[in-house]
Design a protein around this ligand. Structure first.
Ligand code: ATP
Length: 236
């Protein structure tokens, strides 16, 4: 499959403190790729750098062959690269539906009605609450909204940061069923997930990030059997 997203020697820093020390990543069309690693390893920073909301200080990144260095975040969304940030970042004072509409802001807006219908079909509870302020939604419903909002841009690649954070197990299953369904329909997914077992169960491939460097990569089915991964991330 052709490469969809690629980084070479990508570096990023907060002030003078470099936290990504040269990341080489390849994500092919239609793959689900997980980034696994301990707290503070740099997973969120990498996702934010790919989305264009975190400055990079070295290396390069490409999306569908196009260099991303000078492409602002909103334009990346228009190119088909959508980001579901850690902590959801929904607009609490706006209605559920207005949050969804904002997801389509940077793209061709002729598909808004169709996108809303799809969102409400995927998550009926969002349809029921579409006229209510998003701040009143439960944590799980807010995660659904964040995901549905990103899908309003009709992305070909989704950067999904910690979709299970703070959710009850039943809701984690529900969110991951939706993610698996999107992947089956051909969406490319880059997934950051604290719960490595869940991440490796849905991913085709994974990268292990430690202190801002990639220490291991491979098929998810191989990494699940790797002793280092089992000891460090799967608690086995
Ligand atoms: P987590 O699962 O806890 O979010 P992570 O793997 O996503 O961890 P990052 O959030 O990317 O890791 O953090 C990588 C490093 O950058 C950590 O050492 C963290 O303390 C530091 N860092 C993150 N955000 C900032 C910030 N806004 N300012 C300064 N340092 C930061």
């Amino acid at each position: 499959m052709p490469v969809m997203l690629e980084t070479r020697a990508l570096r990023s820093a907060y002030g003078r403190i470099e936290v990504l020390h040269g990341i080489d990543l390849v994500v092919r069309e239609g793959e689900t790729v997980a980034l696994v690693g301990a707290n503070g390893a740099g997973k969120t920073t990498l996702m934010r750098a790919l989305a264009g909301v975190q400055p990079v200080c070295g290396g390069e990144a490409w999306f569908r062959g196009r260099a991303l260095a000078r492409v602002p975040a909103w334009r990346r969304v228009g190119l088909g690269l959508a980001h579901v940030p850690e902590g959801r970042q929904i607009f609490c004072d706006l209605t559920v539906e207005d949050n969804l509409r904002l997801g389509a802001w940077a793209t061709d807006r002729t598909h808004v009605a169709e996108g809303l219908a799809e969102a409400y079909q995927m998550f009926p509870v969002l349809g029921e609450k579409r006229r209510l302020p998003a701040g009143g939604l439960s944590g799980g419903q807010q995660q659904m909204l964040a995901l549905a909002r990103a899908l309003m841009a009709r992305p070909v690649c989704l950067l999904l940061d910690e979709p299970s954070m703070g959710l009850a197990p039943a809701l984690i299953d529900e969110i991951f069923d939706v993610i698996a369904g999107l992947a089956r329909r051909g969406l490319t997914v880059v997934l950051v997930e604290q719960n490595a077992a869940v991440a490796l169960s849905v991913a085709d491939r994974a990268y292990v990030l430690e202190n801002g460097v990639i220490t291991l990569e491979g098929a998810a089915s191989d990494l699940v059997k790797d002793d280092r991964v089992r000891a460090a991330y799967l608690g086995i």
